[in-house]
Design a protein around this ligand. Sequence first.
Ligand code: BES
Ligand code: ZN
Ligand code: ZN
Length: 497
Amino acid sequence: MEIKIVKQRPQSIMADVLAMPVFEGQDLSFELKELDAKLGGCIGEMKAKAELKGKTGELHLVNTLGNLPVRYLAVFGLGKADKFNADEFRKSAGELSRALSKKSFKNIAIWLGEMPLAADVLAETASGGVLMGSYRFRKYFTSGNENGIIDEIKLVLGDKADLASASQGLIKGQIVAEAVCSARDLVNEPSSNMTPTDLADFARRLAESSGLDCEIFNESQLLEKGMGGILGVGQGSCQAPKFIILKYTGRDSDELDMAYVGKAITFDSGGISLKPWDKMWEMKSDMSGGAAVITAMGAIAKLRPAINILGIVPATENMPSGCAIKPGDILRMASGKTVEIHSTDAEGRLILADALDYACKQGAKQMVDVATLTGACSRIFGSACSGGFTNNDEFYSKVVAAAKQSGECIWQLPTFEEYKEMIKSDVADIKNVGGPVAGASTAALFLEEFVENRPWVHLDIAGTAYLDKDNGYQVKGGSGASVPTLISLALNIAKIL
Ligand code: BES
Ligand code: ZN
Ligand code: ZN
């Protein structure tokens, strides 16, 4: 899809369809009234009869019967004007593009002339919304593959808008949305075609094309480094584990300003503590955190903020076999700590422990990890938000601010001292399961054991990484959760270094 920004009066726009916004409870805009006059006033009449309300997600298609250069007018709702903001608009643009793509429109124009947002914000949210909202994972359909692919979207601005700043917004919106969609592709791919090796190959190619440094440790390198967590989880699988490292250098300094760590279990069967069959297929998405870190690093390399970041993605399958780790086993992690395994299904924390320890050893000043870590977290929040955990409130507030800015929601959960009791083991330093309650928090406390008291935020995206319905610019399947947050955080922190 190509996205262009133009300044033009709506009457002269050429496209298959021209989309015109309407606010709930407000009169039609001046421009829409002018168009409507050419159509005999049918839109004004729908409004008067309350068939057109302007609610979010509402869409009316009107055939212009040759009275305008466009074949169709698409009148779409933006909701109440007093609730309107950049996030709401991104959602509306997502709904709009998905609905129009399903109707097989190829060339779409959207009138943004009277929108109460700055030109750069408008262009960023409109482009982001349409790219993310019309996303589909089409690769495996054998027919109808081109259905619903939009060729071109024209964002049409009013004559007072600042084109230069709109172009900047467009670039950012596109880079972030492309990273989100590429994370979705990785997540939606069946796990047999997205093995640790496949993910590592993707990261290597991305690094080559975007100028990141890339290093990938294989099994024997992991052995050398004593990474017992990722090796333990990987030992039940035929697929070799990979430890993926991407480095972005945005400023002339040896300091490592930040590490992003992402869980990449390319398939989580549960291991010997096998999961029930019914939703097991969804565990192809258990590498969502890793996908988010990899694609966010690619976007950061394109946006070039003045910051140094390491992206670390431990990647392995979690499978049952005669070689698999067993409940009761004790693993020695890269940090030297020992862990007693109570469930082989609590594997994410084991690979993250080695990755967080690696981030510390590389000198990361602060770190964010992203992981589909616990069913407990998704039971608390559903898909409404990700769980946030921290050992440092100041750093946490920066991560939450970045999430807010980019339209994502993180809600804090506690890491009470009291819960630490629950991960004590009788035979090792700690165990990998806390017990039947507070599962999201005990998982976070487990991770905290490996961050050496450095500022750290853990994002549990178990409920947000894989969605069961379309909503706004979100679509069913892999969501790309936390990609926008990681990008915004890098841009924000670069400004205060
Ligand atoms: N990958 C799962 C968590 C998960 C569940 C993600 C549902 C997305 C949707 C994780 O590895 C896991 O299985 N966690 C266990 C931990 C338990 C054994 C302590 C869980 O949450 O049940
Ligand atoms: Zn698991
Ligand atoms: Zn898992």
